[in-house]
Design a protein around this ligand. Structure first.
Ligand code: 2DT
Ligand code: MG
Length: 213
């Protein structure tokens, strides 16, 4: 037994950024990846939706209000777009690379619920996805977010919907989630996340990767 552990190869961690629109997820996930790489930790940045794949192109048009989609269909396309990434995520994690991902299943559920879909139905589409080791939940008031650059350009960027999405995120919170005040400075937030991420990466190395049920 002890031999097996001594020979086991450390895996990477799955670190997810979640939160409403314009809360700093993209900025912070990019900064975290740069920092981890500089510190010698193998890391890869990903983003879902990935707007470049075939499903992603459809999603991009939907988010820009160029096309309408029936809500279940929309959610299944978002889920499909995430499923497309799962083999790569699993392979990176098992080869020891940490994966930092800008939005993941909680966004699927929170935005799906805001479209009027049952939380249970939305969650079901993610059964079998690897479970995040850490969810960094960036929280910012809907009012503060609405003042940020670019707000209002896409489908869900309206204060009332964002408030509803924030409520669902709050309901979804689990032990692996860390709530970060998105109103602090970019550097303060980054320092906090860097600390938490490094701790999680260390703790997860020989822990079995979970699967969402
Ligand atoms: P950004 O590219 O700015 O992150 O916006 N969304 C995302 C869903 O409705 N369902 C999902 O499953 C996911 C991952 C959140 C992407 C937008 O798409 C929404 C905002
Ligand atoms: Mg956005």
């Amino acid at each position: 037994m002890s031999v097996a552990i001594a020979n086991a190869k450390p895996r990477g961690s799955l670190i997810v950024f979640e939160g409403c629109d314009r809360t700093g997820k993209t900025t912070q996930s990019e900064k975290l990846v740069d920092r981890l790489k500089q510190d010698g930790i193998e890391t890869q940045l990903m983003k879902t939706p990935d707007r470049k794949s075939e499903t992603g192109k459809l999603i991009d048009r939907f988010l820009h209000n160029e096309i309408e989609l029936e809500k279940h269909a929309a959610q299944l396309i978002f889920a499909a777009n995430r499923w497309e990434k799962i083999p790569e995520i699993k392979s990176l994690l098992s080869s020891g690379t940490t994966v930092v991902i800008d939005r993941y299943v909680a966004s699927g559920v929170a935005y799906g619920a805001a479209m009027g879909l049952p939380v249970k139905w939305c969650s079901q589409n993610n059964v079998g996805h690897p479970e995040p080791d850490l969810v960094v939940y960036l929280k910012l008031s809907a009012e503060a977010a609405s003042k940020r650059k670019g707000y209002g350009e896409e489908r869900f960027e309206k204060e009332k919907i964002q408030q509803q999405i924030a409520n669902t995120f709050d309901d979804l919170k689990e032990d692996s989630w860390k709530i970060i005040d998105g109103d602090k400075s970019v550097e303060d937030i980054h320092a906090q996340i860097d600390n938490i991420a490094k701790q999680v990466i260390e703790e997860s190395k020989f822990k079995e990767l979970g699967t969402l049920e």
